[in-house]
Ligand binder design. Sequence first.
Ligand SMILES: Nc1nc2c(ncn2[C@@H]2O[C@H](COP(=O)(O)OP(=O)(O)OP(=O)(O)O)[C@@H](O)[C@H]2O)c(=O)[nH]1
Ligand SMILES: [Mg+2]
Length: 369
Amino acid sequence: MPFVLYHRCICLAICFSMLSEYHILCLFFYLPLRWRHKCKKNAIFAHKLYKKNMGLFSFFSKEKKETLDKGLEKTKIGFFDKIARAVAGRDKVDDEVLDNLEEVLVTSDVGVDTTLRIIERIEERVARDKYVGTSELNKILRDEIAQLLTENNTEDTEGFSIPDGKRPYVIMVVGVNGVGKTTTIGKLAYQFKQAGLNVLLGAADTFRAAAVEQIVIWGERVGVPVVKQQMGSDPASVAFDTLQSAIASDADVVLIDTAGRLHNKKGLMDELSKIKRVMQKLMPDAPHDVMLVLDGSTGQNAYEQAKQFTAATEVTSMAVTKLDGTAKGGVVIGISDQFKIPVRYIGLGERMEDLQPFNRVEFVDSLFK
Ligand SMILES: Nc1nc2c(ncn2[C@@H]2O[C@H](COP(=O)(O)OP(=O)(O)OP(=O)(O)O)[C@@H](O)[C@H]2O)c(=O)[nH]1
Ligand SMILES: [Mg+2]
């Protein structure tokens, strides 16, 4: 044993032999106290960290809310203008006000069926409460629309998580030309990446050279790899390559871009089936989500597209884009009410941050704020 160590051991033994029972008792209590103090310090640190993160979280949700409010501004202005005109000079919600309100909802692209359901609910409420003043109409409308939408059996999803055993999770994005498919893919890739997921994009719109370029630019912007082939190559082959590469690289999510197509073009609709079949050779349950993108600024057209596209091919979710810059945002209410397929996302601008999970209560709140 080296001398220094030997010396220290001797000193420690002497010190210990000099300790009274009192000292040993103190040590016995002091150590746990010190340990508690350390734990407490850790707890304070953890609390501070939590508060800091909550601060960050509320900052993000505040920013999200602002984007939603701003994106729905035009719809809101148009809607309230019409409501103000519908109730002008009247104190009480009566048959005439309800007739006017029906017209307001239909002309705000809410859709006839959903409008009738909303009016029916308000009629019931007016009959129940006997006297309903027009000043309360906005609040009642907000309540009834929110209630109507949340009665649907699909749940709002805040964020995204990969279901068990579905990794890589494959989302194939479909829709007619120019509705915002590629842009939505870019925004989704951004969101997934922010959430810490490994994302891979497949440039299966091989119809135009610019389409491949566009998704490559999104990939660079977001920092996500893109699998591509030359323009004119088989989209199914690109999808196959993408999924193969995702499996090999242990990716979490795959987003497949497809060319815009009309529901009645049989050849093009068959191409979608082929893309699915080919991917299923690698992963029998792929694609896990077929997302239909609809351009909200086309109002009732978007609704018709949803009807026709969902009848022509299997669609499992929807995204409604371009709600900013349009007064036709009410269409989301009709689509969300009328279709069993959930609206998962809404597009509120061209920036990568401008896509939000569709939360029905938040949407209606923002509309009536
Ligand atoms: N203001 C606004 N513009 C959007 C939104 N989403 C997409 N766009 C714009 O809509 C245009 C068409 O978007 P794309 O993503 O190219 O549409 P696409 O469906 O991929 O088009 P094709 O591939 O030609 O069928 C682009 O100029 C986008 O910037 C949105 O939420 N708000
Ligand atoms: Mg595109």
